[in-house]
Design a protein around this ligand. Structure first.
Ligand SMILES: Nc1ncnc2c1ncn2[C@@H]1O[C@H](COP(=O)(O)OP(=O)(O)OP(=O)(O)O)[C@@H](O)[C@H]1O
Ligand SMILES: [Mg+2]
Length: 375
């Protein structure tokens, strides 16, 4: 784990990082994002001691990085940058193996590792190992950059806008591959980008920066749903969540206090209740608030006996959803169901809320309507 504690960085009188505190969790992808000049690259360079901090502390697995020999430290942290920094006069293989070779590691082991790494970054070793960087495409160069960063099996990989110069298709492919690679190698990845779509796609955590401050450090989901201030809100964009509708959950759009009745209530009282509360259906619950059924106005018949109770008429074969269900799945359930309201229940069937067709339509329509409110 990497931890920044009240980290400040100034160049002469110009403060570029302002008492920054955050924790980068082990084995996850954390994305630093913010406008140009906000201090993203500075954070990365501080982590591997390419530059010195002015005050504060950075800990790597609890150890102050200024106490670690810089060469050792950099071996624990692979660095990947936009222009891969590969040496054009050396083959791909020589580029990947340069540090292990200088360190006089065992040649057989080095070659074995190189072949593994080529597999990890999905490039055919026979085709590419003997080529020179100018003979590769941008996407291939970036893959080699990643392979080289992984050569010494570092704990942490720092990536500074590694995909920003690539065409959108290659970029999207490499994003998918990075997520896949991370699941496989379980490294701690700190990734800098300008691109919010990229951040949302790959990040476990997003750190939004502006003018040397951290504005919000959170999961992509929370950043979209609960931006900490107007800057974050505008930076993220109200409609961004529609790029990931799976992130909108039933609990985000449900009614929290639906109107309920007991199964012993008479139908006459239940109808009065519907009229007073202006609802088209009632959720029938027992004394523990467990859902027994739904009574909707469409079930009433003129000839119903006056003493009929709710329990005799309610529908018991009804769909229910969990608050964690996402709205894409919810949409299927609502479409398949004849009911206009669906109870939201806990694992043991306790009523938590209610979803109505009209709420869902309202939520879905937000993606087409211009407005600056996030859901
Ligand atoms: N060596 C330096 N001397 C003086 N100022 C510097 C130096 N390096 C960076 N800065 C300043 O520090 C601030 C933060 O720079 P940094 O490179 O961290 O920004 P960034 O967030 O990575 O921006 P970008 O998205 O454009 O890469 C900028 O205002 C920059 O001008
Ligand atoms: Mg930068």
């Amino acid at each position: 784990m990497l931890e920044f504690i009240a980290v400040e960085k100034s160049y002469r009188n110009h403060k570029v990082l302002n008492k920054v505190d955050f924790k980068i969790p082990k084995g996850e992808i954390t994305v630093l994002i913010g406008p140009s000049g906000c201090g993203k690259t500075t954070c990365l360079k501080l982590m591997n001691r390419l530059i010195k901090l002015s005050s504060g502390k950075i800990l790597l697995n609890g150890e102050d990085i200024t106490k670690i020999d810089p060469i050792q430290l950099r071996r624990k942290m692979g660095y990947v940058i936009q222009q891969t920094g590969l040496f054009p006069h050396m083959t791909v293989q020589e580029n990947i193996e340069i540090i292990p070779t200088i360190m006089k590691m065992d040649t057989v082991k080095i070659v074995k590792r190189t072949l593994e790494l080529m597999e990890t970054v999905r490039l055919d070793a026979e085709t590419y190992l003997y080529r020179y960087p100018p003979q590769l495409s941008g996407g291939q160069l970036q893959r080699i950059g990643v392979a080289r960063a992984l050569a010494l099996d570092p704990d942490v990989i720092l990536m500074d806008e590694p995909f920003s110069a690539l065409d959108p298709i290659t970029r999207s492919q490499l994003q998918d591959e990075l997520v896949h690679l991370q699941e496989h190698v379980k490294k701690t990845i700190v990734f800098v980008t300008h691109d919010m779509d990229e951040a949302i796609k790959i990040a476990d955590n997003i750190c939004i920066m502006n003018e040397g401050n951290i504005l919000q450090f959170d999961t992509p989901e929370n950043i979209m749903k609960h931006p900490s201030n107007n800057f974050v809100k505008e930076f993220v964009g109200a409609k961004r969540i529609w790029s990931q509708p799976e992130m909108i959950k039933v609990q985000d759009i449900m009614i929290h206090n639906p109107v309920t009745v007991g199964s012993k209530m008479t139908l006459v009282r239940a109808i009065e209740m519907m009229v007073i509360k202006k609802v088209g259906s009632l959720i029938v619950v027992d004394s523990d608030n467990k859902v027994e059924g739904v009574l909707s106005s469409s079930q009433f018949r003129a000839k119903t006996a006056p003493k009929t109770i709710v329990g005799e008429l309610m529908k018991t074969e009804i769909p229910k959803v969990s608050p964690e269900e996402n709205i894409v799945d919810l949409l299927k359930i609502v479409t398949d169901s004849a009911l206009s309201s669906i109870p939201v229940v806990s694992e043991n069937n306790i009523l938590l809320g209610l979803i109505t067709r009209s709420d869902l339509v309202l939520t879905l329509s937000k993606q087409f309507i211009e407005e600056d409110e996030t859901i």
